[in-house]
Design a protein around this ligand. Sequence first.
Ligand SMILES: N[C@@H](Cc1ccc(O)cc1)C(=O)O
Length: 509
Amino acid sequence: MPISVSPVVFGPEPLSIDSIITLAERRVESKLDTDPLWRKRIDQGAAIVDGMLDREGQIYGITTGYGDSCVTAIPLSQVETLPRQLYTFHGCGLGRFLDSESARAVLAARLQSLCQGVSGVRFALLDRLHACLQEDLLPRIPEEGSVGASGDLTPLSYVAAMLCGEREVIWQGEVRTAAEAHAELGWEPLTLRPKEALALMNGTAVMTALACQAFGRAEYLLKLATRITALNVAALRGNPNHFEARLFAAKPHPGQARVAAWLRADLDVASLPPQQRLQDRYSLRCAPHVLGVLADSLGWLRGFIETELNSANDNPLIDPDAGDVMHGGHFYGGHIAFAMDSLKTLTANVADLLDRQLALLVDTRYNHGLPNNLSGAPAERAMINHGFKAVQIGASAWAAEALKGTMPASVFSRSTECHNQDKVSMGTIAARDALRVLELTEQVAAAALLAGLQGVHLRGDPLPVPLAAMVDTLREGFAPVVEDRALDGELRLCLDRIRTRYWSLYPET
Ligand SMILES: N[C@@H](Cc1ccc(O)cc1)C(=O)O
């Protein structure tokens, strides 16, 4: 994957999903906006909080307890100690730890939210968060324990604790204590100001970061599934006229039409041998309709995710111009929850589609003359060879697990925290589910891609240029299966290539 040249700038201007992905993959530099007015405005918010404290004003979470405990007044003498209490009692996350890419995405998403300038934190806090990204000092964040409204309080407490030199980090590829890492960097750990722990934790940065990653994977998967479909149409001698432009002008969902256009470009009708059936089975004929739903959803998914990414999503918010406090509920991650629940369903449908195509390929009743299980063994060894039989069974298992993962998380709101958080989004669970469904679907895609490759090899027809070029890139690492062999290593290599977006697919769009 190429390194981007222009750095990502954290500041008042919006960032794209792609910026977060490239940052998480360490393929781009970043910097904080240098505009002195913007920097001044950030500090102005923090000064307003301090000024209110001096005047002994009531501000939720600063001079009161948290959540349901907002009715408990905090004496001014204890206000300074409250932030540490907040991240400390939220140090109860469980489950697996987010990997380094996700942890970077979380830091980036939180930083971008605080850059909106209405969270009442010092510029020094933004600076330190950004320095963590630059030095690749990453919090070790347990995935589980967020209800997604009050944002991601518990997982984000690990960001707050790290900045204060507490808990564990990933530092130079190893698990270390935050205190050790700070000492080696020569950094003084931060002591958070009264609003700062809340500003760091009371938001949607974990779910939004995971949503950015899921979106990027889904975008690539869409193109890959289209290319695999084209290979399978060629392998099965399917009917490319199903993708005619006139047909798609008659039902003009733009994303669906784009998938059909990609298929047309891959399956140059003039160069293909005659088809076997007037109408192919639906997993081929309706591929633009299945993939098109994902294609047409990417626009609104991007809108939901990028609006959340570039929003102030904590509470309370500080208006640095008017100099007052606004109490609200922007930590509620409903948009990300719905986007990720939807993406799960969209993605699992791709798994199902490719699994069905693979089922056609291996079955001599439907594969129009290809050998049983796509085995390339010569006649005298054919009876003991089983080719792609187990790979197809595996793909059915992965597809089933992906489909099972589509249960919406957002409908499982629980009233929690003494009924203060009595309606919550579960967006973080939805985003984690989406990533799991994507992982399973990528596995199905790897199986379908290798099977499609074997299919066109066994068919032996000349291929249209784009497919021939793809097959060329696949020859290295994925030799035709003649005698049975364990294919797990090749499947893993293929998965790795999918994850790193190895093939440049339909780049002009
Ligand atoms: N999200 C709550 C704050 C909160 C913080 C920590 C908690 O444990 C509970 C609630 C609010 O802004 O209203």
